[in-house]
Ligand binder design. Structure first.
Ligand code: DAH
Length: 341
C-alpha cells in the first residue's frame, strides 16, 4: 500500500469538493470516497489480509486521511448551505410595503350576547345564576310544577320524549321550559332564593316564530316578605337595562300557568322610537302556586315566591330588530357578522 498515493487523496477530495456546484453534487462526491463502493471501503477491505503490524500501520494512516477528508466535506457543506440560504434570502424577499390581507374575527352569537347581558344585569340585582340538565324526568318538568299526568296544560307544550324511562317508569324528555331548574334548585336550597336560570329548551314546533330548540331565562325569587310589586319592579328595571332606555312601559296582564297563582303575562311597549305604543308580550310570570311550593319542600304559609320565564330569542329580536327567528339558527355569516362588537 502506497502512502504517497494515500496523501494524494486529500488534494483529490479538495479539488472534487470545490468543483461541486451545489449540495447535491457535493453529496455525490462524498459517495466517491465513503460510499459502499467508495475508495475507503476498498482500502479497508485491502488491509484485512495484512499481518498485525502492517494492518495497524496502514489502518492508522487510512483513518488519518479519512478524517481529513471528512473535515473537508464539513467545510464544503457549510459553504454550500450558506450559499443556498443567501440565494433564498435574495430571491424570496418580502415586500413589506404590500397591504395586509386583514384578519377576520369571529363574533359572539346574538343569543349568547343577550344571555351574558341578562346574566350581568340580574347579577347586579343580587340574583345568582344556576344551571340544570336539558334531559329531564317527567316529575321535575311537569308534575312538580303542578302539571299532573292528566292535566290539560301538558298539551300546551309539545314534548320530545326520549326512549329511556325515569324512576316512575315514565320516559325521560327534553325539557320543554327552564322552569324545572326552579324545582331542582328550590328543593336543595333554603330561602331566601334569588336565582335566574338561562338555558336551552325544546318543543315540537317549527315555523317563522317557533324553533324546536329555543332559549328561555327563568327567574325565581322566594322570601318571606316580598310581594308582586317586587317582581314588577325588578322586571321593569331589567327591561330598562336590557334595552338601554327608560322609555318602556310594563303591564301585567292576567293569564294562566299551572305552576303560578295568580299568573300574569308581562307586556312591554316602547314609549318612543319606531315601534312606540305597541304592546308586546315578553314573559310569563306569577306567584308560585302553593302546591308547587310544597313540592319544593317549603311551607306555602311561610314563604312567598315569584317566578318568571322569558324567551331569549324574543328579547334579542326586539333589541336588534330581527323579524325572523330562523335567522338565529341558519349559520349565515352575513347575519352573524352584523353583531360583532
Ligand atoms: N314555563 C313557562 C313556559 O315555558 C313560562 C313561565 C311562566 C315561567 C310563568 C314561569 C312563570 O316561571 O312563573 O311557557
Amino acid at each position: 500500500m502506497n502512502f504517497v498515493v494515500l496523501d494524494d487523496l486529500v488534494s483529490d477530495a479538495e479539488s472534487r469538493f470545490s468543483a461541486a456546484t451545489d449540495l447535491v453534487t457535493l453529496e455525490n462526491e462524498k459517495a466517491y470516497f465513503f460510499g459502499k463502493k467508495g475508495i475507503f471501503t476498498k482500502l479497508f477491505k485491502e488491509i484485512k489480509n495484512l499481518n498485525f503490524d502492517e494492518k495497524r500501520k496502514h489502518g492508522n494512516k487510512i483513518n488519518q486521511i479519512k478524517k481529513k477528508i471528512e473535515h473537508l466535506l464539513t467545510k464544503y457543506r457549510k459553504i454550500f448551505n450558506e450559499a443556498e440560504l443567501n440565494k433564498l434570502l435574495t430571491e424570496e424577499s418580502i415586500d413589506v410595503t404590500l397591504p395586509g390581507r386583514g384578519t377576520s374575527l369571529g363574533s359572539v352569537h346574538p343569543i349568547m350576547q343577550s344571555w351574558k347581558r341578562i346574566e350581568e344585569i340580574f347579577c347586579s340585582f343580587g340574583f345568582d345564576i344556576i344551571d340544570g340538565p336539558e334531559i329531564e324526568d317527567d316529575w321535575t318538568n311537569f308534575t312538580a310544577l303542578n302539571n299532573a299526568l292528566d292535566h290539560p296544560a301538558r298539551s300546551m307544550q309539545d314534548t320530545f320524549y326520549i326512549d329511556i324511562n325515569d324512576d316512575q317508569g315514565l320516559p325521560l324528555l327534553l325539557r320543554t321550559h327552564t322552569s324545572p331548574m326552579q324545582v331542582r334548585h328550590a328543593k336543595m336550597n333554603h330561602p331566601p332564593i334569588k336565582i335566574i336560570a338561562p338555558g336551552k329548551t325544546y318543543r315540537i314546533d317549527n315555523d317563522s316564530t317557533h324553533s324546536p330548540m329555543f332559549h328561555q331565562i327563568e327567574g325565581l325569587w322566594i322570601s318571606d316578605n316580598i310581594s308582586f310589586s317586587h317582581l314588577k319592579g325588578i322586571y321593569t328595571n331589567f327591561l330598562h337595562c336590557f334595552f338601554e332606555t327608560d322609555n318602556i312601559s310594563v303591564r301585567f296582564r292576567p293569564s294562566f300557568f299551572p305552576f303560578t297563582e295568580p299568573s300574569a303575562e308581562i307586556d312591554m311597549k316602547f314609549t318612543t322610537g319606531p315601534n312606540k305604543n305597541q304592546w308586546m308580550e315578553i314573559s310569563g310570570s306569577g306567584q308560585v302556586h302553593p302546591k308547587v311550593m310544597l313540592n319544593f319542600g317549603l311551607d306555602p304559609k311561610r314563604y312567598i315566591g315569584f317566578a318568571f320565564g322569558s324567551g331569549l330569542e324574543r328579547l334579542t329580536m326586539l333589541r336588534y330588530g330581527i323579524n325572523d327567528l330562523r335567522q338565529f339558527y341558519e349559520g349565515d355569516l352575513r347575519f352573524a357578522r352584523q353583531f360583532s362588537k
